[in-house]
Design a protein around this ligand. Sequence first.
Ligand SMILES: Cc1ncc(COP(=O)(O)O)c(C=O)c1O
Length: 427
Amino acid sequence: MDLFSYRDGDVFCEGVRLADIVEQVGTPVYVYSAGTIRHHYRAIIEAFEAVKPLICFSIKSLSNLQILRLLADEGSGFDVVSGGEVARVLAIGADPGRVVFAGVGKTDREINEAIAAGVGLFNVESEQEFENLSRLAGAAGRTVRAALRVNPDVDPKTHRYTTTGKKETKFGVDIERAERFFETYGRDDNVRLDAIHLHIGSPIYSAQPYVDAINKTLKLMARLSAKGLEIRTLDIGGGFGADYVEGQSPLAVDYARQIVPLLTGTNLDVILEPGRQIVCNAGVLATTVLYVKQGGERNFVIVDAAMTDLIRPALYESEHFVYPARLADGAQPPTRRPDYEAPDGIRVDIVGGVCESSDFLAKDRVLPVMERGDLLTVFSAGAYGAVMSSQYNSRPRAPEVLVEGDQWRLIRRRETYDDLFAAEQDS
Ligand SMILES: Cc1ncc(COP(=O)(O)O)c(C=O)c1O
């Protein structure tokens, strides 16, 4: 479900025509639907109701303060991976006690800031990190709480760059080593280590890898319990899928149907860290056609957005559905599938203006014939879109807009040339 649709031939976000936003803000621009974000957040809460989870929205997927405030108002906690993300939580006045802090490379500064802020749970990924956390908490005169990130060695069957819960990744510790970890550090004076964190990859289009990971973890917990080491919290991480292709992803209830029965009756506090499922199809990237060009055998549609605005196709070979924001008179709205072929369309690559041949938004798409000035919509761009944008080629980053019903507002302005060199010395 999302609140983007074609109405009378135009793309609308909730009650606002995309072209009307573009007229005032220009392109490229990210446009988000508040109603879609709330819908997905509530769907997860409802699906997992039986285990009363704490949802910690994964800030790395979409970190704009106004989006975070919207989610905090819904009751969300936050999953953070850096001092900057902790600062974002503090900037919106959200409760740091409902924050989980992951990441293999937390610096002393980041840990000290998180201790001072009162972050609820440190998701620890190595022995040395644990020892460092204990040292810093002791020096600050504070007791903090930690989960050990465990690699259950299950294959989430996703892109190799986003697989994290297998043995050979840099994240967490292997399940065999976890037992020894708890025996060594489970009675520390400064860090209460009584939780386990899993995050096996993203996106995961089936509940089965979660079931396998949780079953292995419950067995580990039983072994620890026999040694007097009680685990009170299980954080199952993020990774739920989203619709890049219409109807592709299981819904929150589909994951919950298989996961919840494993957790009911365990008395565990459950944490979930969804990012993508909440915001992916709550956002689009609007871009304007600059030029149309035939190069050898291929046709190129060159647009004003690039890998600097949306790097996922270049980085992960991700496929986003891209289509004109205005249909020809009488044309039917498309099905949102990358292999959708526009009637009487031509096969094109949609590329940006950055000096890299990996700079493309989509390849081999059959689009209606495009002209200079036409507006294109890149769908399902809300997660890992704006947050991964860069200023490479000295391109100012795109603005972000939030739509609520028939109102919209700018939640991040377009960067200026001054922003490009604001942090640099000129002498
Ligand atoms: C530790 C952790 N939690 C949660 C997430 C969010 O994943 P997703 O956006 O797929 O739900 C990530 C993503 O990489 C992660 O690394």
